[in-house]
Design a protein around this ligand. Structure first.
Ligand SMILES: [Ca+2]
Ligand SMILES: [Ca+2]
Ligand SMILES: [Ca+2]
Ligand SMILES: [Ca+2]
Length: 456
């Protein structure tokens, strides 16, 4: 049984405010240039190490979309940067090195955009032991002739002799896509892909999610297996999308999909019936607002296989937690609003209504998942964390600065302007998740190394 103590950080770590979950503390933030414009997507996965084998230290990928999602303006600098994790995080500035910049297919030799890469995941797409890359790609209005003309899903396979990613396949989708999840939907042992249409088009009612099958005869090549219609009578616009097994009480994992429908006040649950078939059901917000634009899934109650969902409403600064019952239902308790609704304000920094992000991680050891949210700001953005209590609820005190952490030291030029996506990954393999954000308007990535100290 390990005990926790905390290194440094005034006010952190104690059971302050009469609550039981230990507050994480972090080393000073360090930023890395993203290698392109307007980063949005982020992912972590252990691809390689100094002996050219996976070494336990996860690499990072950041997608530079070249597209300002808040102002809806197309710029340039499209591409995907992959950083090698050195494992040396004593000084966090030494933790990441450039591994590869992928720009082919994303802009031409004159830097004219061909597509808008949107999000990224590491996944095993072929049958070797090395993690590959899946990238969703978007565009502006498909009917606009000035818009990049290619959208869909790219797959790059890790080539071990070359020590780099090599293009494998591009699969077009009917509409530009952003939301991205990877899972083996048909249980054939090969990772498949689900994508959701991009809200760059959100003035158009979009009510589909696309599922792409990984071809067993040529792993890494995808084909459109399903265009799941969410609800033909409504103006759904899937924004957040998460994949988890929502009707699992035992037996094999059969991944389902949940979308947050930004224009509608509801979510859609796509239950996997096998063979790329899905049944769709909707859950309208029983009270308040469910206009979720970003979501995260996790087992927020300990010792259960049930998956829950946390949805984020950027215009309101609110997180709402929907509780899975393991039978495909997600419930929300209106009568005990304070348990399922978390008001992020008042923040320590000015609240800027803008795209922001949410992730699940383990910030203070143990088995109780925590939540991290980005707080975009025009210069120094921040993260806010909610500490899982293991019963489906979270410990959070909006006015306590210990629940918030600035993403830069405020000294420019390493500002963390408009941080949007966030992921949790244990970059230094100390058993505690670290936090990584992509900062949309300063074109860089911030790493916060978790500095809680475990005393054996
Ligand atoms: Ca590694
Ligand atoms: Ca591979
Ligand atoms: Ca599969
Ligand atoms: Ca760590």
């Amino acid at each position: 049984m390990a005990a926790l103590a905390v290194a440094g950080g005034a006010g952190g770590g104690s059971k302050a405010w009469g609550q039981g979950e230990l507050l994480p503390v972090f080393k000073p933030p360090v930023t890395f240039v993203s290698g392109g414009g307007y980063p949005f997507g982020l992912a972590a996965g252990d691809v390689t190490g100094p002996n050219d084998q996976p070494d336990g230290y996860p690499e990072l990928a950041v997608v530079n979309g070249g597209f300002d999602v808040n102002r809806r303006i197309l710029w340039s600098g499209m591409g995907v940067r992959i950083y090698r994790n050195t494992g040396d995080w004593e000084d966090p500035a030494n933790g990441l090195l450039l591994l590869q910049d992928i720009t082919e297919h994303f802009h031409d030799e004159f830097d004219n955009p061909l597509t808008v890469p949107a999000d990224v995941r590491f996944a095993h797409m072929d049958e070797d032991e090395y993690l590959d890359l899946v990238i969703s790609a978007s565009s502006l209005d498909p009917d606009d002739e000035n818009s990049p003309g290619i959208w869909g899903v790219f797959v790059y396979l890790w080539n071990q002799p070359l020590q780099r990613y090599v293009f494998k396949s591009f699969t077009p989708t009917p509409l530009p896509v952003r939301g991205l999840a990877v899972a083996d939907f048909d249980l054939d042992g090969l990772t498949d892909v689900a994508v959701a249409p991009d809200l760059n088009l959100w003035y158009v009612p979009i009510d589909q999610v696309y599922v792409l099958r990984n071809d067993p005869s040529d792993p890494g090549r995808l084909e459109l297996a399903a265009a799941v219609v969410l609800d033909i009578d409504s103006h759904d616009s899937p924004a957040g999308m998460v994949v988890a097994d929502f009707n699992r009480t035992s037996g094999p994992v059969r991944p389902d999909i949940v979308t947050g429908n930004l224009l509608d006040n509801n979510i859609s649950l796509l239950t996997n019936t096998g063979g790329f078939g899905f049944t769709t059901a909707h859950r309208n917000a029983p009270c308040g607002s469910w206009h979720f634009h970003a979501m995260a899934a996790g087992r927020f109650s300990a010792n259960t296989l049930r998956h829950d969902v946390a949805g984020l409403i950027y215009s309101e600064g609110v997180i709402q937690v929907l509780h899975g019952d393991g039978r495909g239902n997600l419930s929300f308790d209106c009568s005990q609003n304070e348990l399922d609704t978390y008001y992020l304000s008042p923040p320590p920094l000015p609240f800027v209504p803008a795209w922001d992000g949410i992730a699940v991680g383990q910030l203070n050891l143990g088995t109780k998942p925590d939540l991290v949210v980005t707080r975009p700001s025009k210069n120094t953005s921040a993260i806010t964390f909610l500490l899982g209590k293991g019963d489906g609820t979270f410990q959070y005190v909006a006015g306590n600065p210990s629940y918030h952490k600035a993403l830069d030291t405020g000294n420019g030029p390493d500002y963390s302007k408009m941080a949007i996506p966030v992921i949790c990954a244990d970059l230094n393999q100390d058993g505690l998740d670290d936090v990584i954000t992509a900062n949309h308007e300063s074109h860089n990535v911030t790493v916060l190394i978790n500095a809680m100290v475990v005393i054996p």
